[in-house]
Design a protein around this ligand. Structure first.
Ligand SMILES: Cc1ncc(C[n+]2csc(CCOP(=O)(O)OP(=O)(O)O)c2C)c(N)n1
Length: 306
């Protein structure tokens, strides 16, 4: 048997890249390709689905099946791709405007389903493609050089929203720490269920507040960004049938997700292993004819469209 080994290069394309020089998207793309190589999933078994935005162009640059869909629709389309072909490793990708603004309803409801795919949000706090308006993660009172006035709306907390919506793997990464980001994306891809990673990302053109220098600062002898892995924080729900433990872990993770400013935690905030949507379709307490949608004879349905 020939064992095929894939390297990050195998997931790259020759498509001309139109991201701005220095954009954090490059680092996330590299980390995604390194993660796919680490998981060793063949390119023809990967599908990358995006919404609209600078980050929405990512599927063009990944050698895999790719779908560049509509604004805010990466998550529902990824859900459909995974259910249509559960053999694929599916990733939804897009910006924070795409996912938490126009796509917010899909974002919340995907948490209820636990379909086995990974959702990576490129979180630069601005609408990059449309010239830097404040996105839903822009903090109230802040004003970047692309904004006419400081934000007067509160920001949403994506991790807290994901945890309360039912996501089974919730993490935060940082674009410019390529090794730990690749490792985190690898963990997300391996997780059975919907894995969500909010990736803090620099936008050198429009976000002049949360820059590479700001993220990289040392405060009181400590780096602003730190890994939860280096602390005694435990994100794992050890007994998913124990509701008390589930609630306690969610509360702990939500509280942790509000730590922001001088100290910003990175890594896995919450993880629970429970049956996926696909498991339930295949095995649940359902009449046999409604189980395992993939083995159903759909020829009559197909013929009705001919
Ligand atoms: C229905 C619809 N509304 C608005 C737009 C305009 N639009 C394009 S991209 C975008 C926001 C992009 O911001 P984000 O999702 O944060 O991605 P980024 O460009 O920062 O990667 C908007 C509002 C659109 N394309 N479609």
């Amino acid at each position: 048997m020939v064992v095929q080994t894939f390297t990050a290069k195998d997931y790259k394309t020759a498509v001309h890249n139109t991201w701005c020089p220095g954009c954090g998207d490059f680092a996330i793309l590299n980390a995604l390709q390194a993660a796919l190589a680490e998981v060793q999933v063949p390119p023809h078994k990967v599908a990358v689905v995006s919404g609209i935005g600078c980050s929405g162009k990512a599927p063009h640059y990944v050698n895999a099946y790719g779908l560049h869909t509509l604004h805010g629709r990466a998550v529902p389309v990824a859900t459909g791709v995974k259910l249509a072909n559960p053999e694929l490793t599916v990733l939804a990708v897009g910006g924070d405007g795409d996912g938490y603004g126009i796509g917010a309803g899909y974002f919340v409801n995907a948490g209820r389903r636990n379909v086995d795919f990974t959702y990576l949000v490129f979180d630069n706090e601005v609408y990059g493609l449309t010239k830097g308006q404040g996105a839903p993660t822009m903090i109230k009172g802040l004003r970047t050089k692309g904004m006419a006035e400081p934000a007067i709306q509160d920001n949403i907390n994506p991790l807290a929203l994901a945890i309360s919506s039912g996501y089974t793997f919730v993490a935060r990464g940082y674009a410019l720490q390529p090794k730990s980001l690749a490792q985190l994306i690898g963990q997300a891809v391996r997780h059975r269920g919907t894995a969500f990673v909010d990736i803090l990302q620099t936008c050198p053109v429009y976000n002049d507040l949360h820059t590479k220098e700001w993220f990289g600062e040392q405060i009181g002898g400590h780096p602003r960004l730190f890994q939860l892995d280096d602390t005694d924080y435990d994100p794992m729900v050890h007994d998913p049938t124990n509701l008390e433990e589930v609630v306690a872990k969610k509360v702990q993770a939500i509280a942790k997700s509000y730590e922001w400013g001088d100290r910003i935690p990175l890594g896995v905030f919450y993880k629970i292993d429970v049956p996926t949507f696909e498991d339930q379709l295949a095995l649940g307490d359902r009449p046999p004819e409604r189980r395992n949608i993939w083995n159903r004879d759909l020829s009559a349905l197909e013929n009705s469209f001919r």
